[in-house]
Design a protein around this ligand. Structure first.
Ligand SMILES: *Cc1c(COP(=O)(O)O)cnc(C)c1O
Length: 293
């Protein structure tokens, strides 16, 4: 099996805006996979039927999950068919980012959900790998964290898309009796209600749900905000590490609006920086050029 994850991932100490915290470096889990997508895909490595020919999924055209599944299929010699809601013309003409990397790995990317179908010997994986099967890999992350922390009270934080990582991490910590570790998250893709809906699809028992915090201001997923860009630059300058541009700025924003809740903060770096190329290009076009004028 040509698929090796570098686990346990390190837990390191940093300071940001005078706040000392621990950073779980899940971005280092693999060069080839986008952080938490490696955890979510973990179960599939050893549990695919021998007769499987193809994995089918859908979502946005620059999705980190799309890239990770493309990599997975490429390594395992499987076909990957992906339905993107929309592929802008400029991207078709000159592919970049996750879209380009997935194409280079042999992904068949089809525009529109209308023709989505799953044939025999094909496996369907929900958008963002938001599947029950993702639990087993995320449980391994929980066990690493339990092993790496002492018995003090800790507050873990990570931003949510589908909420799969946050929910299953909170659940696994509870299942394994880590009552000293409390998990917080913030919705990046939709509202708090939408995130709760997504939790419900994966887990009925609300006792396992993480605590949701949010920013006062409403942000729209994938849109550019000057304060996100500045915060992302500030993180990079002060911590010396690159964070994802889609999820982490909203994450840190929510975190600092509720910083009094986090005496012993552990932030989960979920990777995703491979997808930054497109975001960075958009940000530079929008703000760097403006500031020159
Ligand atoms: C996919 C992704 C998320 C969202 O993960 P969910 O399990 O869908 O909540 C957050 N951060 C990064 C960097 C990601 O790639």
């Amino acid at each position: 099996m040509p698929l090796i994850f570098n686990t346990p991932t390190p837990l390191e100490q940093y300071t940001f805006r005078d706040k000392t915290f621990l950073l779980k470096r899940d971005d280092l889990i693999s060069q080839d996979f986008s952080g938490n997508k490696a955890r979510k895909i973990d179960w599939y490595i050893d549990n695919l039927p021998k007769s499987l020919t193809t994995i089918v999924s859908y979502g946005s055209v620059q999705s980190n999950a799309m890239y990770s599944i493309a990599k997975f299929c490429n390594l395992l010699g499987l076909n990957f068919r992906y339905y993107a809601n929309h592929i802008p013309n400029f991207l078709k003409e000159s592919p970049i980012g996750n879209y380009k990397m997935a194409l280079d790995l042999g992904a068949d990317i089809i525009e529109g959900y209308g023709s989505l179908e799953v044939g025999e010997n094909e496996l369907y994986i929900k958008e963002g790998i938001a599947t029950k099967e993702a639990y087993s890999g995320i449980e391994k992350l929980a066990l690493e964290i339990i092993e790496q922390l002492d018995s003090k009270e800790y507050q873990l934080f990570l931003p949510s898309g589908t909420g799969t990582t946050a929910l299953f991490l909170a659940k696994a910590l509870k299942v394994h009796g880590a009552d000293n570790i409390k998990l917080f998250t913030t919705p990046v893709v939709g509202s708090k209600e939408y995130l709760l809906e997504q939790f419900r699809e994966l887990e009925a028992d609300e006792n396992y749900y993480p605590t949701i915090i949010d920013t006062k201001k409403r942000y729209h997923f994938g849109k550019l905000y000057r304060e996100f860009y500045l915060l992302w630059l500030e993180l990079q300058n002060e911590i010396g590490l690159e964070f994802d541009m889609l999820y982490d700025p909203k994450g840190w924003m929510a975190l600092f609006e509720h910083i009094d809740k986090f005496d012993n903060l552990v932030y989960i770096h979920q990777g995703g920086i491979l997808g930054n190329a497109t975001m960075l290009e958009r940000y530079k076009r929008k703000y760097d050029e403006n500031s020159k004028k």
